[in-house]
Design a protein around this ligand. Structure first.
Ligand SMILES: [Zn+2]
Length: 229
């Protein structure tokens, strides 16, 4: 068992606060939460790590991914940025979408075009039920809040549960996600779309998403992730 939602940080970032399950509170008594950044006990993300993350300079990476116009990441998957992404994704700490969303927003000027809509890389319904939230959706919500550009939460869906991609090679990942996504043409027809996700590993998921969006009439598809692995 890892760590739980830090009530203090959640209160400070009300936008992304979520209701904390009672069973998690009970587990805190047995396994006190630890900072995902430095291991400090009794907090899920400590003030020192929050300051480190806030002061981490942008290191915009261009990721070569076939079939997408442009793919950018705000940094590499290491250190405090990796810890923050993992805490957002696995440790029930959606409050981190705020500071990570700011990094994404600061990367937008590095794209060669502007966008009409953000599209979160969707989770399958079963995975969404398991985690309680989609980290990509939380990042999009932060971006929308900062820029006023809408998030198309319903525009793309994952209709096949592709399981965990960890351990699969590049070709296996690509085959695993082909045709896993369905886009909804009325929501995206003629629009310039920015796919958003937490991490880009091989780009296979982004490619599959982009194919579904283009087949449904998107005018352009690019992608932005917090880290590149
Ligand atoms: Zn810490």
């Amino acid at each position: 068992m890892k760590t739980r939602l830090n009530t203090h940080s959640a209160r400070n970032t009300g936008l992304f606060a979520s209701v904390r399950p009672v069973w998690l509170a009970a587990l805190d008594l047995v396994f006190p939460p630890r900072c995902q950044g430095c291991g400090r006990v009794d907090t899920l993300w400590c003030a020192a790590c929050a300051a480190d993350l806030a002061h981490l300079p942008l290191a915009v990476h261009t990721v070569p991914v076939a079939d997408l116009e442009q793919v950018l990441a705000t940094g590499t998957h290491e250190g405090i940025l990796q810890a923050a992404v993992q805490s957002l994704k696995y440790a029930h700490n959606p409050a981190l979408a705020g500071p990570l969303g700011q990094r994404l927003a600061h990367t937008l000027p590095h794209f060669s075009r502007t966008f009409d809509m953000y599209i979160p890389v969707p989770l399958h319904a079963a995975r969404l039920a398991e985690r309680g939230y989609n980290q990509a959706q939380s990042l999009c919500a932060a971006l929308t809040d900062l820029t006023g550009i809408p998030t198309g939460s319903e525009a793309l869906q994952r209709h096949r549960d592709t399981g965990h991609q960890v351990g699969l090679n590049r070709q296996e990942r690509l085959m695993n996600v082909v045709d896993a996504f369905t886009a909804h043409p009325p929501l995206i027809d003629g629009k310039r779309l920015l796919l958003v996700d937490d991490v880009c590993t091989t780009g296979a998921t982004l490619r599959a998403c982009a194919a579904a969006l283009r087949d449904s009439g998107a005018a352009a598809v690019a992608a932005l992730t917090v880290t590149v692995a």
